[in-house]
Design a protein. Structure first.
Length: 393
């Protein structure tokens, strides 16, 4: 009897395991699919027609739906036809051959089409990304619409990678004479100014609810032509209708987002960090400034990024934080070794301190290859030996 029960339990366990394994394998190999969603369905002749093309960076927390709500806060009773074609992990190149996306694009004469590239293409295949943007921009303009290129943000606290994304999307926008929605730049500007304001979901890749609202507000500004001041005033106006379309918690988030946009319009939008182009359209603005020997400017930027990343990650050993310290140390060293003046040992000592922080973080993180750890350690030892600096701890 006991053996029979054991056998039943064993077979039941094997059945459950086999079923779960089959479901997992099915989820791995099931074809990715684009979903066509309608967020606002006005058929009025004067309706503003907007189509989103992208992936989960767009459909997380329904940013297109929030776009409609924010747009109507400013333009009350506005007629909107807003739809989206989004697929998990999709790049724009994949969308170009997808029947659902192309059918949505051809469905009507869209006034605006927002193009959200996939991360793997923008990061690792920039020429593919440029080609896909060009194809879509041509299709949109042939249909009488205006393309809007979304600059999505890098993962939370990844200042170096955001610098590269910023240059990539701005370069594409300039080449195609297309407007860029600076969602990535505003997100990282906010992380510099308000590192305590979390715009990300728990995976630190997708937008959280506040991030999705920021995306929606920037898109609504690009289409509806209004300022952050206009939006901020609506968050304080009891007659604006804010409480009718957003929960109390969401309304507070909209106010925070409008404050971020206000700070961006005042101090960010014209800052050289976000307006200057690197000479190759790929390097970060910091790398470009280093090549031009604009040391004071780049050191100030890297100090800001290091301080913000330290507040974002706290005591957590994140490679992104280690990279901030390493970049800062390297900029200080380059300034000192390139100077015609006598080397400032105090400055070099501060570079060594930042290298120690980077090395410690790399060692503790477990996500950095041994070569990077050894090289940071070698960099530190070489500086100490070359300039007679104390070894420290």
């Amino acid at each position: 009897m006991a053996r029979s029960k054991i056998r039943i339990c064993l077979y039941s366990g094997l059945f459950v395991f086999t079923l779960l394994s089959a479901l997992l394998l099915y989820s791995w190999y099931i074809p990715k699919a684009v979903t066509h969603r309608v967020h606002s369905a006005s058929s009025a002749a004067q309706a503003v027609k907007v189509l989103y093309i992208g992936n989960s960076l767009t459909y997380y927390f329904d940013s297109p739906g929030s776009f409609c709500k924010i747009y109507r806060l400013i333009h009350k009773d506005a007629q909107l036809a807003v739809e989206s074609a989004t697929g998990p992990g999709y790049t724009l190149l994949e969308h170009l051959s997808d029947r659902t996306t192309l059918a949505a694009l051809r469905k009507t004469k869209w006034d605006y089409v927002i193009l959200q590239e996939g991360t793997q293409s923008a990061f690792g295949r920039p020429h593919e990304s440029r080609y896909a943007h060009r194809r879509f921009v041509n299709l949109i303009r042939e249909n009488g619409g205006k393309p809007l290129i979304l600059m999505f943000p890098a993962d939370k606290g990844q200042f170096y990678w955001q610098g590269r994304l910023s240059q990539h999307f701005r370069s594409v926008g300039r080449e195609l004479s297309a407007q860029v929605i600076p969602y990535g730049d505003v997100t990282f500007f906010s992380q510099l100014r308000r590192p305590e304001l979390d715009l990300y979901d728990s995976d630190e890749h997708h937008p959280g609810q506040k991030g999705a609202l920021l995306y929606a507000a920037l898109a609504a500004q690009s289409v509806g032509n209004f300022s952050s001041g206009d939006l901020l005033s609506k968050t304080s106006d009891s007659e604006s209708g804010l409480s009718e379309v957003f929960t109390k918690e969401q309304a507070a988030m909209v106010k925070e987002v409008s404050q971020v946009l206000s700070e961006w319009e005042k101090d960010g939008v014209n800052s050289p960090v976000y307006t200057e182009a690197s000479d190759d359209g790929v390097s970060t603005i910091g790398e470009y400034w280093l090549r031009r020997k604009m040391y004071d400017r780049v050191i100030a930027l890297y100090k800001q990024e290091s301080e913000a990343a330290a507040k974002i990650f706290g005591t957590s050993a994140r490679p992104a934080l280690g990279s901030c310290y390493l970049n800062l140390a390297d900029a200080i060293v380059k300034q000192q070794t390139d100077s015609s003046q006598r080397v400032d040992k105090a400055a070099l000592a501060s570079a060594c301190a930042n290298l120690r922080k980077a090395k410690d973080i790399y060692k503790r993180s477990g996500n950095v290859d041994s070569n990077s750890v050894s090289d940071a350690e070698g960099y530190l030892r070489d500086l100490q030996l070359k300039y007679g600096l104390p070894e420290g701890k």
